[in-house]
Design a protein around this ligand. Structure first.
Ligand code: FES
Length: 109
């Protein structure tokens, strides 16, 4: 289990998502208010970027732009079809203005 710097907190737009690649993992990094959530960027339905989808700040979901499945940014579970499998959730931490992700060996990329 290792912690890696992703970006500066200020690099993230408020209430939006951005894709970062860290140690071979595709991450959708979501800034929601003062908090950061990180889930896998690749939709579990097909290979499309969740970070390019729309963030619902009330439901705390990221909606895949391709077919509309909404994924919880806290559990990674799809809340709506057509996706049925969760995407990975990563531990995110903000320290001294920088965002860090914890990647456990064996985490799906
Ligand atoms: S590719 Fe994401 S819902 Fe189909």
């Amino acid at each position: 289990m290792s912690s890696f710097k992703v970006c500066a907190f200020d690099d993230l737009q408020p209430d939006s998502a951005a894709r970062f690649d860290v140690e071979g993992h595709r991450l959708a990094v979501v800034r929601l208010g003062d908090n950061v959530h990180i889930i896998g960027d690749m939709c579990s339905h097909a290979d499309y970027s969740l970070a390019e989808g729309e963030l619902d700040t009330d439901e705390c979901t990221l909606e895949c732009w391709k077919h509309g499945s909404a994924f919880s940014i806290t559990t990674g579970e799809p809340q709506t079809l057509p996706a049925t499998k969760p995407v990975p959730v990563y531990d995110a931490r903000v320290d001294n203005g920088d965002v860090y992700v914890t990647i456990t060996q064996g985490d799906p990329s």
